[in-house]
Design a binder for this molecule. Structure first.
Ligand SMILES: [Zn+2]
Length: 253
């Protein structure tokens, strides 16, 4: 069973996960108040999109750096010099940073947004994990990069799974039994994938504590407040997930 924790749903416009992480982190997924689909050929959010995120985060950031999501396993390490006064960071499906006041952003409409926080080293990660990225082990890749960059230990990590298509609605082809032998269930003649469980399994394998993982367990396809590609098809919008490290607060070790 997922760790239970109330999700504060401010005016219904965001699912707020900040309380799970503590006061140093802002983390939320915007519901369908604003569509975060980015224009063809651009990975830059518009001023209206940025305005909504600033309002939700009670902030005034000029940039919400993001990347073109390609369903891979590549995770970017964002350092001071990788920012060129721009919102666009290249192709990737996740990013990590220990820079405070730098908002990480991913966009989803059924894929799983994953938030990771290392309180000891004050580092965060935000991932876009669809089935392809999950199969390729993007979460393990992110944890490895955090370890390599800051000395992160898996046992210290706190992780949140945002809204995604859940097993109730995620019907897949029979070939998925090969990709995810332990996480595909047969109901009647059909097969269903449990995407959060795939990622939870990978976290457990790396030594992340069960109680340090919070799964909001909201199904994008069941919940009309959320965008869902499965339910709405091509016209589905995208939800933005944002994670921000508020202050450095480095502790001595
Ligand atoms: Zn569902």
């Amino acid at each position: 069973m997922p760790t239970k924790m109330p999700v504060k749903n401010k005016n219904g416009s965001i699912l707020n996960f900040s309380r799970f992480f503590g006061r140093e982190v802002i983390a939320f997924t915007a519901t369908r108040g604003v569509d975060f689909t980015l224009k063809e050929g651009s990975a830059k959010p518009t001023s209206q999109q940025k305005g909504f995120l600033n309002k939700s985060a009670k902030s005034s950031f000029k940039h919400f750096p993001t990347f073109r999501q390609v369903h891979g396993r590549h995770v970017l390490l964002i350092k001071e010099n990788s920012l060129y006064d721009s919102d666009y960071l290249g192709e990737a499906d996740g990013a990590i940073t220990n820079l405070p006041n730098l908002p990480l952003t991913v966009r989803t409409a059924d894929c799983l947004p994953i938030f990771l926080y290392d309180p000891k080293h004050q580092g965060i990660a935000l991932l876009h994990a669809g089935w392809r990225s999950s199969q390729k082990g993007i979460i393990a890749n992110a944890v490895y990069l955090m370890k390599k960059s800051w000395g992160t230990k898996a046992k210290d990590l706190k992780v949140v799974f945002g809204p995604a298509i859940q097993e109730c609605c995620y019907q897949v082809g029979s070939e998925f039994r090969k990709y995810f032998p332990k996480d595909v269930t047969k109901k009647g003649k059909n097969y269903f994938l449990d995407l959060p469980r795939v990622n939870r399994r990978q976290l457990t394998k790396m030594g992340i504590k069960r109680n340090n993982v919070f799964d909001c367990a909201r199904c994008t396809c069941c919940d009309p407040k959320l965008f869902s590609f499965r339910r709405e098809g091509e016209k589905a919008g995208r939800m933005a997930s944002v994670m921000i490290l508020k202050s450095k607060n480095l502790k001595k070790h």
